[in-house]
Design a protein around this ligand. Structure first.
Ligand SMILES: Cc1cc2nc3c(=O)[nH]c(=O)nc-3n(C[C@H](O)[C@H](O)[C@H](O)COP(=O)(O)O)c2cc1C
Length: 214
C-alpha cells in the first residue's frame, strides 16, 4: 500500500539531519559518486568527494552539480581557475578517495596525501586522479542558488575531454557497471513510519535487461 507524506513525519527529527531535508532520506534516491579535482589558490591539488549530480547532453555534454558548498575548497578553486576534473572511482580505491575528506588542509596535496596519484589533465589546468577509471576534464559555465542566499549552489560545467580506461569501456572486460564500475551514494534511508535510519551505503548498478525487454 502506498502512503503519502507532505510534512516531516513525527518520528523524524529534522534538526538532526545536518541540513538535509527529511524527503531526501525518505526517498533515498542514489546518485553517482565522484571526486572533483582542481588546483587551490596556492597551486596544491584539491580533491572533493561529490554526489548529488547528474549528466546531460545539449549541444555538448555537461555535468550539473546539484549542491556545491560555497565554503569548500572546490568552490573557491573553481571560482578562480574555472577548470576542473570529475574523477570516477571504482570500489578498490573508494577508501582512498574518502580519505581526501580527512586530508583537507589548505596546504595539502589532497590527492597524494590520500595515497592516490595526481597527474596533470590534458586539456584543462587541473589535476586528475590516475587511479580513477574515468576522468572528465571540464570548464565552468555557470552557477545558481536554488533559494536566495543558499549555502550551496547548483553548478554547470562543460566536459571538454574524456580520459577512460579501455578495460572499462569494453563491456566484455571490466565494463562500466557491477562490482568494477560506477559507485553510487545511498544517503541514509529512513523509514518514515518508524524513524529507523539506515547507514549511508555505497551502491553499484546491476543491469537487468534491455530497455524493451522487461
Ligand atoms: C559520499 C559523499 C558525497 C558528498 N557529496 C557532496 C556534495 O555533493 N556537495 C558538497 O558540497 N559536499 C559533498 N560531500 C562533502 C565533501 O566531500 C567534504 O565536505 C569535503 O571535505 C569538501 O572538500 P573541499 O573543501 O576540498 O571542497 C560529500 C561527501 C561524501 C562522503
Amino acid at each position: 500500500m502506498k502512503k503519502e507524506f507532505s510534512q516531516c513525519p513525527r518520528v523524524i527529527d529534522e534538526s538532526e539531519l545536518y541540513g538535509f531535508s527529511w524527503i531526501e532520506h525518505v526517498a533515498a534516491i542514489p546518485s553517482p559518486l565522484i571526486v572533483v579535482t582542481s588546483y587551490k589558490d596556492n597551486g596544491k591539488p584539491n580533491a572533493t568527494m561529490q554526489s548529488w549530480s547528474t549528466f546531460v547532453s545539449e549541444e555538448g555534454f555537461y555535468c550539473i552539480f546539484g549542491s556545491v558548498n560555497k565554503d569548500g575548497h572546490m568552490y573557491s578553486s573553481i571560482a578562480k581557475n574555472k577548470q576542473l576534473v570529475i574523477n570516477f572511482p571504482s570500489r578498490d580505491i573508494y577508501g582512498k578517495c574518502y580519505k581526501t575528506i580527512e586530508n583537507n588542509g589548505y596546504d595539502e596535496d589532497e590527492i597524494t596525501s590520500s595515497g592516490l596519484t595526481a597527474e596533470k589533465a590534458s586539456t584543462v589546468n587541473a589535476p586528475r586522479i590516475k587511479e580513477c577509471f574515468l576522468n572528465l576534464e571540464c570548464e565552468y559555465l555557470w552557477e545558481k542558488e536554488i533559494v536566495p542566499n543558499a549555502q550551496h549552489v547548483v553548478m554547470c560545467v562543460k566536459i571538454v575531454n574524456v580520459c577512460m580506461d579501455e578495460e572499462h569501456y569494453n563491456s566484455e572486460e571490466k565494463g562500466r557497471y557491477g562490482e568494477t564500475g560506477y559507485l553510487y551514494n545511498i544517503h541514509s534511508p529512513i523509514n518514515p513510519e518508524t524513524g529507523r535510519e539506515d547507514e549511508t551505503y555505497i551502491g553499484m548498478i546491476q543491469k537487468l535487461a534491455a530497455y524493451d525487454e522487461l
